[in-house]
Design a protein around this ligand. Structure first.
Ligand code: CA
Length: 269
């Protein structure tokens, strides 16, 4: 039974549960859920342009939030953990370039820079700062939507794979991405490839809630679309392996009616 995805235009950002649906026997164990994906953050001080970008993105079924200053962008990014950021570089209270770096430190989301600057040097500087794509104004909103989708696809594939070791909570949980192993308190866990991918996906964005659909497509692959409840079984197994007390998990939290999030704290290398 696929869940209905309803995108909301306003807070609260992750919602919600309807009453139990009497649709089918296989569905009766669960509350029917309405899951909402994280929004795309539009950082743009030109309100007219921001409105146009917003309309196009929402037309392509993305949710959006808007910020017109560096300060506001950081606040909203922290609160929403966006799917991606469309970032104008000319902002009234600071540099978009620095904001790009701060955003990259805050979370693992792709950034598309949108700017009046068009020289090759400036574009290269943008990429050096971690921009995933770069568009020169006046940019076509339709092209922006296409580029955003492309960036998200690329991101899903490559997310995290470049780093060989990831460590959380003072070394209590360590991912070895080359060997596909996870160690808890220095002991290598017996873990399946699916469990590894699932946990790695969650740990790639600590604090960000993933819907079951997202986890299915990232950890199981698209051929398992619709099997979103199998995620619950994998999470249960993972908790047995990585949590001190699986009933009060320290790493893998349930967000009721939505999905799961990883709450380990990444160690500085
Ligand atoms: Ca501007």
């Amino acid at each position: 039974m696929r869940r209905t995805v309803v995108r909301l235009r306003a807070t609260p950002r992750f919602l919600c549960q309807n009453k139990k649906s009497p649709l089918s026997a296989s569905d009766t164990n669960y509350d029917k859920e309405v899951a909402v994906l994280p929004p795309v953050l539009i950082v743009e001080d030109d309100t007219k342009l921001a409105r146009i970008v917003k309309a196009y993105l929402e037309g392509a079924d993305f949710r959006t939030v808007h910020a017109s200053t560096v300060t506001e962008a950081l606040q909203k990014a922290e609160a929403e953990m966006p799917l991606a950021v469309v970032l104008d570089l000319g902002l009234p209270d600071g540099s978009g370039e620095e904001l790009c770096q701060s955003l990259k430190e805050l979370g693992d989301f792709p950034v598309i820079m949108l700017t009046a600057k068009s020289s090759e040097e400036e574009r290269i500087a943008g990429f050096a700062l971690g921009a995933d794509d770069y568009m020169v104004k006046p940019a076509s909103p339709r092209e922006l939507v296409c580029r955003l989708k492309a960036v998200l696809k690329r991101y899903e594939r490559s997310s995290f794979s470049s780093e060989s070791l990831l460590s959380f909570n003072g070394g209590a949980l360590v991912f070895d991405n080359l060997r596909h192993q996870i160690a808890r308190d220095s002991l290598v866990l017996s873990i399946t490839p699916t469990e590894f991918k699932l946990l790695l996906t969650l740990a790639s964005s600590p604090g960000r809630t993933f819907t079951r659909d997202e986890l299915v497509s990232r950890a199981l692959g698209y051929q398992f679309e619709g099997y979103d409840r199998s995620i619950d079984a994998h999470i249960k197994n993972l908790r047995q392996k990585i949590e001190t007390d699986p009933r009060t998990p320290e790493y893998l939290k349930t967000v009721y009616g939505v999905g799961y999030l990883f709450t380990g704290e990444r160690d500085a290398l």
